[in-house]
Design a binder for this molecule. Structure first.
Ligand code: SF4
Length: 209
């Protein structure tokens, strides 16, 4: 019998979700290894390469041990870029365990999954997003980089339905980035763009992972 398939996993840990609308919620993180982009501002460069091969059973076992002391209801699959690997069986197994599943993606790749919450974070220079996420994204997270322009914000606001929040997130607590985020927010208000907000990375404010 062939060995069970594995996923390349960078790390697994317990914390709170620091970003987006789920901010502050207890969450177990599974960080997959590998990304098809090389963003200059990336704060998870350690996940670009490597990673340990783990089966779905290995991952569930690690999560079960973490849940003994931190019984969070949510698991967040993040990266790297989770959709570069076949995460479908993992998501199905997590749902079978009664867990709720968030998946974070740069939005360039789509796989049909049973996820409860999809966070889409389009990246420069193209900010390309697969069309399926227009309907499926629960939130859109946009890092306020040097490259981000108001025109990109306007384009993304036009792509996603008005009910889907666009979240401007300053780049790793940089003051220039927060100030730029506020300027972009002001421009959005003046232009009548709806449902855009500015949010921090709470885990970094709290000194957590
Ligand atoms: S898409 Fe995300 S994980 Fe990949 S390089 Fe960019 S910021 Fe890093």
């Amino acid at each position: 019998m062939p060995p069970p398939p594995t996923l390349r996993i960078s790390e697994i840990f317990a914390s709170v979700q620091g970003e987006g609308l789920r901010q502050g919620e207890p969450t177990l993180f599974v960080r997959t290894a590998g990304c098809d982009l090389r963003c200059r501002f990336c704060d998870t460069k350690t996940a670009w390469k490597g990673g340990a091969p783990m089966t779905v059973g290995d991952i569930l076992g690690r999560l079960a041990r973490l849940r003994e002391r931190f019984p969070a209801a949510w698991v967040c699959l993040t990266g790297g870029e989770p959709f570069l690997q076949d995460i479908g069986p993992l998501v199905t197994a997590l749902k079978r365990e009664g867990l709720r599943v968030q998946v974070e993606t740069n939005g360039r790749h789509y796989r049909a999954l049973e996820a409860d919450w999809r966070t889409v974070s389009p990246k420069p220079p193209s900010y390309a997003v697969s069309r399926e996420y227009r309907r499926l994204a629960a939130e859109v997270k946009i890092i306020v980089t040097r490259e981000l322009t108001f025109e990109v914000l306007r384009r993304l606001r036009g792509f996603f339905p008005p009910a889907t929040p666009l979240i401007l997130q300053p780049q790793s607590r940089r003051k220039w980035s927060a100030a730029k985020g506020l300027r972009l927010l002001g421009g959005s208000l003046r232009a009548g763009l709806k449902n855009i907000r500015l949010m921090t990375q709470a885990h970094k404010e709290l000194g957590l992972k």
